[in-house]
Design a protein. Sequence first.
Length: 405
Amino acid sequence: MLRVNYNIQFKNRKVSPIIISITWKGHRIQKSIGQSIETTNWDFKKNKAKSTFKDAVNFNAYLQNIESALQKYYSESSSYGKVINKSKVKSILIEILNNGIVEENKNVGVVKTFERFLKEYRVDGSKLRASTLVNYQSCRNKLKLFEERKKTKLQFDDITSQFYNEFVDFLYESSSNNTVGSIIKNLKTYMKWAEKMKFHNNTDYKEFKPPSAEPSFSIVLTKDEYDKILELETNKPSLEFAKLFMIVNCRIGLRSIDLIEVIKEFEINSNKIRFFQTKTSSLQTLIIPDDVISMIRRLKELFSDGLSRDYINNNLREIGKMVGMNEIETSVKFYGSKRVIVKKPRWKLLTTHVGRRTFATRAMEKRIPIHIIMEFTGHKTLASFQRYVNPASYDNKDILSQLWK
């Protein structure tokens, strides 16, 4: 039988820590529970707070909860014939006192724990696909940047509704609505895993919701914009990298993650590139123009570890301003039933996706067979491919003039 008693450590002091004493089958453990009380408020006969203590009900309930959890552990372990030694009981006690958090996990930061999540998290027993892993890494990177902005180290108890509002505002400074929604979704998955692994018992994250739909802006480069970007001269390596990245994407339409892999990892032989397509998990060989090959070789020279899509996008927007992409695009956002017109200059909408959309749209406009275009874009279905095509950019007048010729 397991017995639990409480007492104060120093009877002659004004305030004293409370000590728990656990005994069973000749064994005994004593440990501070991390709580103190004024000695005048302690009932030495009943070994609990006096009823006259203003918070006696909650305080004594806390003591009772600790005892109940220990009794439950002892009863279940005895029923299954498990060995109950001092080390195990002490470990269980510490876990109870930490509100279910394992001692070695206590006070481990959110970002540091994220590294373990990236290594250990599984979906149905399988490791994360490379493209999914990149998304989780992006979430971790944003948390790091947020820490730098706030000059703090996030703990799990910091992940509150206030954090959510500040973090979402921070994300919108450099990310689209879809990206923000994806990061929040991945953060919730991470927090759920960390809770299960007993790093925290903070459930505020469960109330986090992806932001309401932002207005949809889907642009492709005009011929004039493409030419201006191509001809732009810059001595800054980050801008040159972003410029060439956009031009190459406009020419061959790869996913940005695949183009980065080509730049980082794969050799180029003559006018062919052979690479592993991340999203479809397939090996691709594409024949591309000689001038694009030269651009990719230059991208290899400019590449450095740590280059992220957000970093490239920030430089692309700078390029957009430099070439005068000031025309205003208009879209609509709904706040509940309220309809709001949203306007943004084209340079602010410039991302790596724009190059990919430009390739798909211009290739369709030039009547290149769809199956050839999809070899480059990596789309497996016509429906998914069509989402990348912007029909509003077609030269409709020219197309109609060709109908009866």
